[in-house]
Design a protein around this ligand. Structure first.
Ligand SMILES: *Cc1c(COP(=O)(O)O)cnc(C)c1O
Length: 439
């Protein structure tokens, strides 16, 4: 074992993770949004460019996926308050402010947060290929890309990706719809129904008995030997990250429309389930661009897969994985079953996020049942990871004082739990989730 990893084994935070207890890590490196954003290596202009690209593709999406037509081909989710869930959670401990949820679980096309980044990267790649071939200009109506001629063109190109399920679903469905030959390399965690759904769409699915890192590695290897194949790199892609970032920018307008104030005395806390980091990292980047110092972001991970907490707290990022400290990366939260975090995202977030916390699979199942019972909202286990965050923040007076937030400001706080998936889980599968939580 390399020396740097051995040195971390005596750190209290590592011992705490090894105990598999639920834990909170507050980031000592967090600074102002202005300073923190400079570390990302991407800018507001990059995020605006992603939004403009999605606008160009809106006519195509409206035609390709009729369920998006009512929104004009814009893939976006609702944000709603959860008063009954809040009342239920408060039986255990008070929550200062109001609990809300962001329903990326119900995004059209693929039913998870991956309908942002995953679809965006496929579209960006298709646009680049078509423009380079002289088949498209940015002034065109992009629905021409659905023509037989363009379909024939895209069918000569391949796309590959490694995934625990949802990224594969988003990329597979979008790529296949445009005519690409697409291969999804699925880790052992991936649910059977996701593989079956992809095969129905004509996607090639490769299955592995190992975890996410191996699936990604295999995908990368297969793509490297084929010049016609474009590999979507979940561990490093800036394009995926920017696709996710659009959510943060759009949330500003959405909360304004709902009369939710975010300013120095009305803080916004956002809790993001984290796997490899691209989804929560990209959203957090967009949130910081939109709300500056008034938004506070936390990443949430399973006790058995705390890769981002481990990488950020030790400063080793992708040079360490949970298996290095004896943790097995086995969790029912398949969207979060990642043992090694993205080094790019970990470093980009060093000064931007307020912290990370872990929760057990049992907690996720319990919260899954509670949310169904109180609000009639059904999510997959990963998507409940954010739900513990408001309790951490509300019970931590020292943290609130450090932010300079008074009791009055906290009473005006909005706690937004990012629900990242579950809208397309088959009924039979959902009933099994609900049964586990009721045990
Ligand atoms: C992918 C995913 C996440 C986390 O996104 P990463 O980019 O892997 O960090 C969270 N929840 C669900 C349901 C997901 O599918």
């Amino acid at each position: 074992m390399i020396e740097r990893i051995k040195d971390t084994l005596s750190l209290p935070v590592v011992t705490e993770l090894q105990s598999l207890r639920e834990t909170l890590w507050l980031n000592p490196g967090v600074t102002t949004a202005e300073a923190g954003l400079k570390r990302v290596g991407l800018t507001r202009a990059d995020a605006d460019d992603a939004e403009a690209r999605l606008q160009r593709f809106a006519p195509l999406l409206a035609k390709a996926f009729p369920e998006t037509a009512a929104m004009g081909g814009i893939i976006e989710s609702d944000a709603i308050p959860l008063p009954h869930m809040q009342a239920e959670l408060e039986k255990a401990a008070p929550i200062q402010g109001n609990l809300w949820i962001k329903k990326d679980s119900h995004l059209p096309v693929s039913g998870s947060i991956k309908a942002r980044g995953g679809i965006y990267e496929v579209l960006a790649h298709a646009e680049k290929l078509a423009i380079e071939a002289g088949l498209l200009t940015t002034a065109d109506d992009y629905s021409v890309l659905l023509s037989a001629e363009l379909r024939q063109f895209f069918s000569q190109h391949k796309i590959a990706v490694g995934s625990t399920g949802n990224l594969g679903l988003a990329i597979g469905i979008m790529s296949a719809r445009l005519g690409f030959h697409v291969t999804v390399h699925m880790s052992a965690d991936a649910r059977q129904w996701k593989k079956e759904k992809l095969r129905l769409h004509g996607v090639e699915v490769m299955e592995y008995e190992q975890d996410y890192s191996v699936a990604v590695q295999q995908g990368r290897r297969a793509a490297a030997s084929d010049p016609a194949c474009f590999f979507i790199d979940d561990e490093n892609s800036r394009t995926l990250f920017l696709g996710y970032s659009v959510a943060g920018l759009r949330l500003r307008r959405q909360l304004e429309e709902k009369g939710i104030l975010v300013d120095a005395t009305h803080p916004l806390f956002v809790y993001l389930p984290c796997g490899v980091g691209g989804g929560p990292g990209g959203v957090a980047f967009g949130l910081k661009l939109a709300f500056g110092d008034h938004v506070h972001c936390f990443f949430a991970e399973p006790t058995h897969s705390p890769c981002m907490l481990l990488g950020m707290s030790t400063g080793l990022h992708d040079a360490i994985c949970v298996q290095d400290i004896g943790i097995d990366n086995r969790t029912a939260a398949d969207g979060l079953a990642v043992g090694r975090a993205s080094g790019f995202v970990g470093r980009a977030m060093e000064q931007l996020i307020d912290g990370c916390y872990t929760l057990s699979d049992e907690s996720m199942y319990d919260l899954l049942v509670m949310l169904d019972r109180t609000e009639g909202l059904r999510l997959e286990p990963s998507a409940l990871a954010g739900m513990k965050g408001p309790l951490h923040v509300s019970s931590n007076g020292a943290y609130q004082r450090h932010l300079g937030l008074t009791a009055t400001s906290m009473a005006h706080a909005t706690h937004l739990v990012w629900a990242t998936g579950g809208g397309m889980v088959p009924e039979k599968e959902m009933l099994q989730y609900l049964a586990k939580g009721k045990r």
